[in-house]
Design a protein around this ligand. Structure first.
Ligand SMILES: NC(=O)NCCC(=O)O
Ligand SMILES: [Zn+2]
Ligand SMILES: [Zn+2]
Length: 466
């Protein structure tokens, strides 16, 4: 039997509009919106009514870059699909796009099936997959076409991490050519990993082993150079390009120059680059290890360019690159050698709140918040308007957000399976109150009511942002 739910009295905020409206949900989908107090809304009957007075009613967040359970650096990301998607829901995110990994010498099929198995029956919210290509060859190029057909329509390539995920320019060009034919979107980790590895070796030989040296060797110029090269390769292939975790002003400039030429080049940044800096990497007593990720945190001066890029649409998406490793036992693997610190930060629970704070701080508008965190990632990765908006026919993935609640981010209270917070002690105005996923309550007035296995795999169409 279908349950009709009415969300009444809130301010509905989407990327396109803000309106005081009631939202009617039926069969897990948005059935209708009507102005609060209107005759149409007054005539609706519902089995349950959720009072949203004083709250924003926003689309559930779409985090297009997470790594639950990712094997990395001899360990694995500490959030499972179960713990990570539960934490995502607590933070107002109702869809993640995680990365299935092809191992070198193995097929895409095998890698993707492994990730289907990891997630199946575990997730609190809906999920989709990108595919990491670690071994581009004739076989895997053909497999890309099949994956696009089954709804895995984006492929991440690495110019970094030689010997692990790295692809050389020839392999990258081939994958881009294939994507230009099958509609796939190439996502690029743009850092010159070959040059970085030389600098790592030289730094370690000089005895520079602390976490802060991770940031020093992964130079801005090597991010900018790789970004430029990726753009040129994509032009040659006639393929669109999405550059992940952009951290540096000079890399934004490369994207902006390409976009000024009208090229289909897109960029994502992450909260860690907007809110944290090399000051964190330099924290004493090895605490800087908590902030080791790649691309690395940059000097604070880069943040203005990232915010500007988000305002001018030279950057289109904020994802988390959520890839948590506990300080104890995981980050500690790199004591005495920064290159052995597993790369990645936790954040899937914090993104919507941090970006709401950015609204209050004047960096972005309220609608831009929803655009970069919900609507555009959904469009970019082919799940709009099913996800990323509140419109008739959309999945009822809806967050009631209290814009006045005060909170202090802390590992003591977060739900991610990691023993520290990258944003410990940060004060945020605004907090998730209630979360629905396809009409089911996952968070009900700050109480978890979700369940592992509610979340379903979402097959995606090709990029809708071109
Ligand atoms: N970003 C990071 O440091 N870890 C996750 C893997 C990646 O996205 O490159
Ligand atoms: Zn990456
Ligand atoms: Zn990543």
């Amino acid at each position: 039997m279908s349950i009709r739910t009415l969300i009444s009295g809130g301010l509905v905020v989407t990327a396109a509009d803000e309106l005081h409206a009631d939202v009617l949900i039926e069969d897990g989908r948005v059935a209708a919106l009507a102005a609060h107090g209107s005759a149409a809304a007054g005539a609706w009957t519902a089995d349950r009514t959720i009072d949203a007075t004083g709250k924003y009613v926003i689309p559930g967040g779409v985090d297009a870059h997470t790594h639950m359970e990712l094997p990395f650096g001899g360990t694995a990301a500490s959030d499972t699909f179960e713990t990570g998607t539960r934490a995502a829901a607590w933070g107002g995110t109702t869809t993640i796009v995680d990365f299935a990994v092809q191992s070198v010498g193995r097929s895409l099929r095998e890698g993707l099936d492994t990730w289907y198995d990891k997630a199946d029956g575990k997730c609190a919210i809906d999920y989709a997959f990108h595919m990491i290509l670690s071994d581009v060859n004739e076989g895997t190029l053909k497999e890309m076409d099949h994956l696009v057909g089954e709804g895995v329509t984006s492929f991440k390539l690495f110019m970094a991490y030689p010997g692990v995920f790295y692809s050389d320019d020839g392999r990258i060009l081939r994958a881009m050519q294939r994507a230009s034919g099958n509609g796939g979107l190439i996502m690029m980790h743009a850092e010159n990993g070959i040059a970085i590895d030389v600098l790592v070796e030289q730094a370690l030989a000089r005895g520079e082993t602390d976490p802060r040296h991770h940031g020093e060797v992964r130079k801005v110029l090597l991010e900018a150079e790789a970004t430029h090269r990726a753009i040129q390769l994509a032009r040659v292939a006639g393929a669109p390009l999405y550059v992940v975790h952009v951290s540096a002003e000079e890399a934004v400039a490369e994207l902006a120059a390409a976009r000024d030429k009208g090229l289909p080049v897109f960029g994502e940044t992450c909260p860690q680059y907007l809110f944290l800096s090399t000051d964190n990497l330099a924290e004493p007593d090895f605490q800087g290890a908590k902030y080791v990720c790649s691309t690395p945190l940059r000097p604070r001066e880069h943040q203005a360019a990232l915010w500007r890029g988000l305002r001018t649409n030279d950057l289109q998406v904020v994802s988390t690159d959520h890839c948590p490793f506990c300080f104890r036992g995981q980050k500690e693997l790199g004591r005495g050698d920064f290159s052995k610190i597993p790369n990645g930060l936790p954040g899937v629970e914090n993104r919507m709140d941090l970006l709401h704070q950015a609204v209050l701080d004047g960096h972005i508008s309220r609608r831009r918040w929803i655009e970069i965190a919900c609507a555009t990632p959904a469009r970019m990765f082919g799940i709009y308007p099913q996800k990323g908006t509140i419109a008739p026919g959309s999945d009822a993935d809806i967050v009631l957000y209290d814009p006045h609640a005060e909170q202090v981010i802390s590992a003591e209270t977060h739900h991610m399976n990691v023993d520290y917070s990258a944003y410990e002690g940060r004060r945020i105005t605004g907090r998730v109150d209630t979360v629905l996923s396809r009409g089911e309550l996952v968070i009900d007035r700050r109480e978890y009511t979700g369940r592992a296995g509610h979340g379903a795999f979402v097959p995606r169409s090709t990029c809708q942002y071109l």
